[in-house]
Design a binder for this molecule. Structure first.
Ligand code: ZN
Length: 324
């Protein structure tokens, strides 16, 4: 009897406990505050000698890199898996603001919002970083693709009212030429039209200056011709007190693949063998000298060092810095 009563009590306790737990399980579980779902303002600041560099985030786009990279898709998939990435690869669009103390320089300008809603945040992030577009003295364009020069103008009006724009002479002669546009295949014409729209206001007011070869353009910044991705693709070397950074434009698009194997090219290259040769040249020098590189499509803030590793490179991204 006692045994039976005990068993009945135990059964009752179990039933009550089950009821309590099932109530807990179905009750809505909610944090006190909702999730935010938005990222922090996209700027990152560091010093380079006496200069201050601010990386600006324009946004990102998703790239089907298995189809774009010039190697078998299986190799790309293996490389992505090794780096815990999957398709499509969310690819940053970065630009770099350099305050030399006497000039405020912007290197590339992001998409200007013409690539859809996942990018086009450069101006918002420039303001979040404490600057205004009318404070920019010089703009250096690495090459005339939309994600680098789209932010120059909005509907034909210059976004940076006093800036002098510097761009590779060979890109100016190609993308801003009506004759070249007429001769281009139909699918390439839109690229010419967007370049003409982005640069028109600056060209018309005498504020577009061609960059040729390797030359100092303003104190502390010199150009380094790296043609191949486009005819006038130009890298910019920023140097202060012996500290040096090479802004490499589109010498690299896919960190998970092209550091390990810098010979892999991408469909966006207009002259793939030259683009590959320039990547090999710049990476070798950066690794040998311990020079910082900055690139538009490396994961934000897109800056780091290269360490030679067999036939490729290990990438050491910059650390967060507390500022002064
Ligand atoms: Zn690009």
């Amino acid at each position: 009897m006692f045994q039976t009563r005990l068993a009945a009590t135990a059964r009752a306790v179990t039933l009550v406990a089950a009821a309590v737990f099932s109530t807990l399980a179905v009750a809505p579980v909610q944090a006190a505050a909702p999730m935010v779902k938005k990222q922090a303002p996209g700027f990152y600041r560091m010093s380079l000698g006496d200069f201050e560099v601010t990386a600006l985030y324009d946004g990102s786009f998703d790239l089907p890199v298995d189809k774009l990279l010039k190697q078998p898709a299986a190799r790309t998939n293996t490389a992505l898996a090794k780096h815990f990435q999957s398709l499509p690869v969310e690819t940053s669009v970065n630009a770099f603001l350099v305050n030399t103390g006497s000039r405020l320089i912007l290197i590339d300008t992001g998409t200007g919002g013409y690539s859809g809603p996942t990018s086009g945040r450069l101006l918002a992030n420039l303001r979040a970083a404490g600057y205004r577009p009318d404070e920019v003295d010089d703009i250096f364009i690495t090459h005339m693709h939309g994600d680098h020069m789209g932010g120059l103008s909005h509907e034909g009006v210059a976004v940076f009212p006093k800036a002098i724009v510097h761009a590779g002479k060979a890109d100016i002669e190609h993308y801003l030429s009506k004759a070249e546009m007429d001769a281009a295949p139909a699918e390439a014409k839109a690229g010419f039209a967007s370049a003409m729209s982005a640069f028109g206001a600056y060209q018309d007011s005498g504020r577009l200056q061609p960059v040729v070869g390797d030359a100092e353009i303003v104190p502390g910044v010199h150009s380094w011709a790296t043609p191949g991705h486009t005819p006038g693709h130009t890298s910019y070397v920023v140097e202060s007190q012996g500290a040096k950074m090479i802004v490499t434009g589109d010498l690299i698009h896919v960190a998970a693949v092209q550091f390990d194997d810098p010979t892999v090219t991408i469909a966006f290259d207009s002259d793939a063998p030259s683009a590959e040769a320039q990547r090999l040249k710049v990476f070798a020098q950066a690794a040998r000298d311990g020079t910082l590189i900055a690139a538009a499509h490396l994961p934000f803030p897109g800056m780091g060092h290269l360490v030679a590793n067999g036939s490729g490179y290990a990438y050491e991204p910059v650390d967060y810095q507390r500022g002064k």
